[in-house]
Design a protein around this ligand. Structure first.
Ligand code: PNS
Length: 163
């Protein structure tokens, strides 16, 4: 039984993330999406909101579950009794950061490997940061986000602007 952890901030989850989740779910017996709860950053969505959105849009995938984690990713992976970490690579610009992270994690936990999936070319330009910027300027989000996530982002931005 192979279990993978797919970690990230998912603020918000994009169609690029979704593509990685669906492909990982086909390859692995069990996939745990690990949503980082990072107190030092101020995300657009709380960790509870991010977990809920991910649960909703992955509900059709029987072998996928969503959890949040604090602290070190390798500790979370051990807690989950998972075998590998999965990360998406969009472009060469991601590689240096991803390699550094994978090597650091491997030194801390030699029993855990990181595997990389190349992002679908359709989403190779996409990032949560860009999506948030588009949302703040009222751009259309349907090409980037699941409709339910797009609705929540628009709602959140509206709320923030009214404060
Ligand atoms: O979606 P992101 O922001 O690119 O995901 C980054 C994430 C959550 C995978 C990374 O920041 C992480 O693993 N954070 C947990 C802290 C940790 O383990 N740090 C050491 C690894 S270098």
């Amino acid at each position: 039984m192979a279990t993978a952890v797919y970690p990230g901030s998912f603020d918000p989850v994009t169609l690029g993330h979704m593509d990685i989740i669906e492909r990982t779910a086909q390859m692995m017996d069990h996939v745990i999406i690990g949503v980082l709860h990072n107190n030092s950053k101020t995300p657009l969505f709380s960790v509870e909101e991010r977990v809920k959105m991910l649960e909703e849009i992955t509900s059709h995938l029987d072998n996928v579950e969503v959890r949040f984690f604090h602290g070190l990713l390798v500790d979370f992976v051990h807690e989950c009794h998972a075998d590998v970490i999965v990360r998406g690579l969009r472009a060469i610009t991601d590689f240096e950061y991803e390699l550094q992270m994978a090597q650091t994690n491997r030194v801390m936990a030699p029993d855990i490997d990181t595997i990389f999936l190349t992002t679908n070319l359709r989403y190779s330009y996409l990032s949560s940061t860009t999506v948030k910027e588009i949302a703040f300027f009222h751009g259309k989000l349907e090409a980037f986000l699941h409709p339910e996530v797009a609705r929540r982002v628009e709602e959140k931005v509206k709320k923030l602007k009214n404060h």
